[in-house]
Design a protein. Sequence first.
Length: 230
Amino acid sequence: MSPGDHERLRELAPELALGIADGEERAWALEHLADCRECRVRFERLATLADELLLVAPTAEPPAGFEARVGEAIGTSSRPPGRPWWRRLALPAAALVAAVCAAGAVWLALGDDRELADSYRETLAVANGEYFDAAPVELPGGERVGYVYGYQGRASWVLAVIYDGLPDGRYRLELVTGDGRRMPLRSIEVADGRGSTGAVTPVGYEELTGLRVLDRAGREVAESDLHDPD
């Protein structure tokens, strides 16, 4: 069993759950599911969802004349006779349900993430907040020595945390705005390589573009680019 087998099963699972996989694929999938508990649990969830979705399908064929009336309405009444249109649409419809099933499987798999997102929104709502942010604090050479956490809300704030890489001592922190202003924040005391400090910012967090760490002589020893997607 290889990682590629798990990926193959994930791709095949919607068709397998709907019963439209061919015999060879179905035989391979059943053999894989017999030996792989992880894929079996995922497939069972997907199959249950497929069953629930298919319950909403009509249990009887449309009444006589229904096909002709629909054809006239959409301008296809002149097409040659053949299988009823709802039967010709069976495969596309199954593919659509398969896509919905796959989305449903993702929804189930991301349950913990949804709970986290709900908690995040509730936390922001307490103080009319808009978002949280985090950015690394780095030395000039790119070595990461800590993080800055920011909050945009009615009262914006930042929390700077140093965890390694700076010599022990006291450092000054400066905030930098988009228009180039520099605003002192607070000093941070680093002991045994660690330190932290935080404060409400004089402007909204969304206006800030950076944080600078300065030594006693005013030299910049580390920095953080806020709102940087990387």
